[in-house]
Ligand binder design. Sequence first.
Ligand code: KG4
Ligand code: ZN
Length: 341
Amino acid sequence: MTLLAIETSCDETSAAVIRDGAILSNLVSSQIRLHAEYGGVVPELATREHLRNWVPVAHAALDQGGVEAGTLEAVAATRGPGLPNALMIGCRAAQAMAFALDRPFVGVHHHEAHLYSPWISGDPPRAQFESLPPNVSLIVSGGHTILVHVVSELRHRVLGSTLDDAAGECFDKVGKLLGLPYPAGPELDRLGAEGNPRAHEFPRPLLKDPSDDFSFAGLKTSVRYFLEKHPHLAEDPARLRDLCASVQAAIVQTLVGKTMRAAQRIGVGCVTASGGVTSNRALRRELASACAGAGLELRLAEPALCTDNAGMIGILAERKLLRGEGETSVDAEIDPSWALA
Ligand code: KG4
Ligand code: ZN
């Protein structure tokens, strides 16, 4: 099956062509530089950029995939969750294409696409869902931190999620306090790699709590108090690196500790992780060492598939259609606060 997928849930306009489980093209037009000036995503600007970009991005994806629009057998888009007006552009565009081509439309859940993205790998990237064992999966992005028990392909239940800030949000907000450019996650990763993670002790929120929920707002606040007591610390490069490493260690240890505990409690043999924060090198390393120690298999989303992209949306849409699920009405509404079940 050949399909086109569009992703516009936040600040990336992306389009991908999928054929028989492989990603033939996956183009991402990032708006990061535009929003950086404002220190975060400005919804009106995101909307304007998606409107301007979706046609050229979709054209380029079809070109690179060597596919004519008229031969598409389905069209997919992210239907939620995300910024309402941003979602509306990609979703309506895909619905209109499906309507004109008289082909099925699939409205995809953004987090469900992240959830299964660790099972896409190779060159070209290909869905490898046949080998999917029961697993506990950590989805860590800018807006969400979710722990999920995946029972089998497309069968999963949410174990817990963040009660306030997401892990990526914590990286971004702490980075802002330190004067780092938005989004601060990659910069904190870079600086933290050269610092001492034991230089300062920050809270590991809810790490000892028996629930599978997360909370990162308190950690950000404790960094703020710490900086009030040490106002010039960030001006010293060596001390800044130690602070970044220490904050990163608190976030990473909390994520890894809670994921491993859930995996062991449920008794699965595999752990997976996806979403933008999964690009973090300390998180990848700590998950690898914890899983090796516990004898668990680990599947991490490939770095190119960690951040938002239409490839993961299209792969999930195709799997759903092949199972006779997922076809969505061409006039279905977007769902900006669609919760993962
Ligand atoms: O999944 P994503 O691209 O977008 C959302 O759906 O939110 O995730 C973006 C988030 C941002 O908060 C960004 O700072 C964080 O992922 N991020 C990182 C790294 N790369 C991206 N956080 C820590 N270390 C990184 N290397
Ligand atoms: Zn995302």
